[in-house]
Write a protein that binds this ligand. Structure first.
Ligand SMILES: NC(=O)C1=CN([C@@H]2O[C@H](COP(=O)(O)OP(=O)(O)OC[C@H]3O[C@@H](n4cnc5c(N)ncnc54)[C@H](OP(=O)(O)O)[C@@H]3O)[C@@H](O)[C@H]2O)C=CC1
Ligand SMILES: O=C(CO)COP(=O)(O)O
Length: 320
């Protein structure tokens, strides 16, 4: 079938490459002035992969939307609202299925991305999310992984999975949008913490971070009406290897660079997500001590070593 991908950064370009590889006709959209887009047009490659000749590139949003019934979006999460607003002016979006391949929450409101998208584009469209572990560098070397696709409509979820499943990506049907979206966004925040631990020579603490981080996020998901078990699935815990341990993770590298006093220039979604989680922590009256410590380090310039060590001074409590 025809598939369009909107967003030609690291992940969007991979998604287009993947959809083409498994047999779909693909159109990849990027902004006309985008360095990513211009580079792809000129060389048909980026730092990670080469695009086959039959994959179409366009900078016309109208063309990309008219091309297909299934449209994948992968841009910076904080830009989704304005981008969705732009899409909402196109009549062609009516009745189509959009798949959000992003990991974040709106930093000013704490809203999930499917919520933000729905607010801007209205009701007469289907929205799904596609999250879970995976780095371009691994997939293009034929190393498979498992991911999850979820929506509010199981028939929509099944149809997307049927079109996108392959021996490179095994999909599971998501059953809990709240858990999948909060989990996917929050794993980036845990990735920032992991990078700080690496930079401070406390890498051995990453096991504890995994145990206490999942617990903290599962409390929030439950308070928000989701299923706390989802946090232990592919969208959160299942993504820890790719984020807390991988040399490819931008969030982990951001955290490490921060404590080493180096600037990290690439998109680390977890940074904006920390602000969203702080809002949700207050709104739902759930304590998020790890996220809170990261807020203090990143936005209040507190000393990372001391602030992380302070987590040890909290009162003793039951594990579960
Ligand atoms: N396993 C997974 O599920 C993975 C998911 N991701 C997620 O994918 C998302 C994108 O990450 P990544 O590709 O690494 O980021 P990049 O920075 O590489 O790409 C971001 C893209 O967003 C585009 N963009 C930004 N603002 C706008 C806007 N207002 N309108 C249209 N396009 C815009 C940029 O355009 P331009 O080219 O013009 O700069 C760029 O192409 C993130 O949410 C990330 O968490 C990332 C990796 C793996
Ligand atoms: O989501 C990802 C892996 O699943 C990518 O993580 P980073 O954005 O930290 O590189």
């Amino acid at each position: 079938m025809n598939i369009s991908v909107l967003g030609c950064g690291r992940w969007g370009t991979f998604l287009a490459w993947y959809a083409n590889k498994i047999g779909h006709n693909v159109m990849l959209w990027g902004r006309e002035t985008s360095r990513n887009f211009i580079g792809l047009k000129d060389t048909r490659r980026n730092d990670y992969l080469s695009l086959p000749e039959d994959l179409e590139l366009t900078s016309s949003l109208e063309n990309a939307v008219s091309f297909t019934e299934i449209i994948i979006i992968s841009i910076s999460a904080q830009e989704l609202r304005s981008f969705a607003n732009r899409l909402s002016s196109l009549n062609e979006i009516q009745g189509k299925t959009f798949i959000l391949c992003m990991k974040g929450l709106e930093s000013t409101s704490g809203k999930r991305l499917s919520h933000v998208f729905g607010e801007e584009v209205g009701k007469n469209i289907n929205t799904a999310v596609w999250v879970g572990p995976g780095h371009v560098q691994d997939f293009v070397n034929n190393i498979p992984n498992c991911m999850v696709i979820g929506s509010d409509n199981i028939e929509v979820t099944k149809k997307i999975v049927q079109e996108l499943n392959s021996d490179l990506i095994r999909f599971y049907y998501g059953q809990d949008l709240i858990g999948n979206e909060i989990g996917a966004a929050a794993k980036n925040v845990m990735g920032l913490a992991a990078g700080m631990l690496d930079g401070l020579n406390y890498s051995s603490l990453k096991g504890s971070l995994m145990a206490r981080g999942t617990r903290e996020i599962s409390r929030l998901v439950r308070a928000m009406g989701g299923n706390d078990v989802t946090v232990y699935g592919l969208s959160h815990l299942g993504d820890f290897e790719a984020t807390l341990f991988s040399e490819h993770s931008h969030n982990r590298k951001f955290g490490q660079a921060l404590v080493e006093g180096i600037e990290f220039g690439k998109l680390a979604e977890g940074v904006a997500t920390i602000k969203a989680l702080r809002k949700l922590s207050i709104q739902y009256d759930v304590q998020l001590p790890i996220c809170n410590a990261l807020f203090e380090i990143i936005f209040e310039n507190k000393n990372a070593d001391e602030t992380l060590k302070n987590l040890f001074l909290r009162p003793v409590k039951f594990e579960f």
